[in-house]
Design a protein around this ligand. Structure first.
Ligand code: NAD
Length: 483
């Protein structure tokens, strides 16, 4: 598999240029240079894709689960067989370490497809028996043509997380990856062609959010939208979709608490906390960016945490020792740095980082940031309330469960939370009271694909994963038979 300089849309089984002939630059964030071109698609390309999907729908929705299982499994196999090429493309496009792209992003991408390919074989619908009167059963039919829109932080991982259940349940899809990280979605279109996915079943339109993305949400032909991205974009999508009553799944931003009690397993907590703070340069919606530490452990925690974070190797994404690659773009780097300035103005002290990492040689124009730890901020200041989505964490002491619950639940977000304690009763009390769609006790990012995934409050609407996704992408119809 080779990387083309010019990415193309994937419509009705073919790789095609955008109708306008316009392209946008695609950057390699580790080098700070343009390395390929992305179609600057507009509503005309989206219309073409929706037409293609509508044409493919009757056959795909009725072809039976075994055929869908076989083709999806073939796509998963092709990704797995080309793991290195996909991971290389992901690392170049995002700036993340190749080791992370390989072990996390691409491995999860083919697992997503395989998971939903097999789930559909076991997907059962409900029946309700009314004693000696009637029986009800529920048919679950595909919705039709659906739109899937994903962000840049875990590109193929999140793209496949939506597309796979949509296709497995018999829908045809018009999908758009982030304009900042389009390359693995493009490689996926090649894998679909190789696997023999019928033309039009999946269509991938590249381009900008307000243009191509907005056109997918606005199009009368898309009956549901599954979106992952920022909360503000989610609001816009919800407003646009409201007038046509499209079914919506929104996975949005987070500002997740990492709560550390004094009775935790210190070593396990410390090792995981370094990861939950800075994996993927802190650009994971589930990263624990607000760290609350029980007061009597605070100083010990702080000293050890700063020491370990200082040792994280920053630089070449293809060096096996690298732990911190580049952030995704210059604009994002500037946004993250502006939050460090805000934190200082709010009274915070930077214990580590807080500035770009100046690398030499070919990486000198790359977007590298030092992992940043800030202390001394109140829980309700802007730095502790707004999503930064970069390698920045704050640390704060607390005294009681009630106090830390107040701090943890104080934001408008509610995606995930992590709690470190060996006291199972306390763990359960916290899990019960935290405003979060996912609570991890003594772990982070341990994911079973069958579980409901998503956030409460401004972190989202609905859940993905397992049955939740299969249900989202199907329309239930109750049939009642009177005896
Ligand atoms: P973003 O909202 O800017 O963009 C996400 C996608 O939406 C992109 O493909 C973009 O082109 C598209 N888009 C933008 N405007 C649009 C519009 N008006 N209509 C339709 N589509 C539009 O987000 P981002 O910067 O790419 O990603 C970072 C955000 O994603 C963070 O807030 C992060 O927390 C969130 N995120 C959430 C989850 C989750 O599961 N909850 C997972 C990963 C990332």
């Amino acid at each position: 598999m080779k990387f083309d300089k010019e990415i193309r849309n994937y419509i009705y089984g073919e790789l095609v240029p955008p109708i306008s002939g316009n392209y946008i630059d695609n950057y390699n964030p580790a080098l700070g240079t343009v390395y390929s071109q992305i179609p600057d698609s507009d509503e005309k390309d989206v219309h073409r894709a929706v037409k293609a999907a509508s044409r493919a729908l009757p056959a795909w929705s009725r072809c039976g689960v075994n055929k869908r299982f076989r083709i999806l499994t073939r796509i998963a196999d092709i990704i797995e067989q080309n793991l290195d090429e996909f991971a290389k493309a992901e690392a170049i496009d995002t700036g993340k370490p190749f080791s992370v792209a390989k072990a996390i992003d691409i491995t999860r991408a083919h697992s997503n497809i395989r998971f939903f390919a097999t789930s559909i074989l076991h997907f059962a619908s409900e029946s309700h028996h009314m004693e000696s009167e009637a029986i009800n059963y529920t048919l679950r039919r595909p919705i039709g043509v659906v739109g899937c829109i994903s962000p840049w932080n875990l590109p193929l991982y999140l793209f496949t997380w939506k597309i796979a259940p949509a296709l497995a349940t018999g829908n045809c899809v018009v999908a758009k990856p982030s304009e900042m990280t389009p390359m693995t979605a493009y490689l996926l279109s090649k894998a679909c062609i190789e696997a023999g996915l019928p033309p039009g079943v999946l269509n991938i339109v590249h381009g900008l959010g307000h243009k191509a993305g907005q056109a997918i949400v606005e199009h009368v032909g898309t009956k549901a939208i599954s979106f992952t991205g920022g909360t503000e974009t989610g609001k816009k999508i919800a407003l646009t979709a409201a007038t046509s009553f499209k079914k919506l799944s929104l996975e949005l931003g987070g500002k997740n608490p990492n709560i550390i009690f004094g009775d935790c397993d210190f070593e396990k907590m410390m090792e995981t906390t370094v990861k939950s703070s800075f994996n993927n340069q802190g650009q994971i919606c589930l990263c624990g960016s607000r760290i609350f530490v029980e007061r009597h452990l605070y100083e010990v925690f702080k000293t050890e945490f700063v020491e370990r974070v200082r040792k994280l190797k920053i630089g070449d994404p293809f060096n096996a020792k690298t732990k911190q690659g580049a952030v995704v773009s210059k604009a994002h780097m500037d946004k993250v740095l502006s939050y460090v300035e805000l934190a200082k103005s709010e009274g915070g002290t930077v214990l580590n980082g807080g500035e770009p990492a100046r690398l030499r040689g070919k990486f000198k124009e790359g977007y590298f940031l030092k992992p940043t730890i800030i202390e001394g901020l109140p829980y309700d200041c802007r730095t502790n309330q707004e999503e930064i989505f970069g390698p920045v964490v704050t640390i704060m002491p607390f005294d009681t469960e009630e106090e830390v619950l107040l701090y943890a639940n104080s934001t408008s977000f509610g995606l995930s939370a992590t709690v470190w304690t060996e006291n199972i009763s306390r763990a359960q009390r916290m899990a019960d009271q935290l405003d979060a769609g996912i609570v991890w006790i003594n772990t982070w990012m341990t994911r079973d694909l069958r579980t409901p995934f998503g956030g409460m409050k401004n972190s989202g609407l609905g859940r993905e994963g397992g049955l939740e996704a299969l249900r989202f992408f199907t329309e239930p119809k109750n049939v009642c038979i009177k005896f």
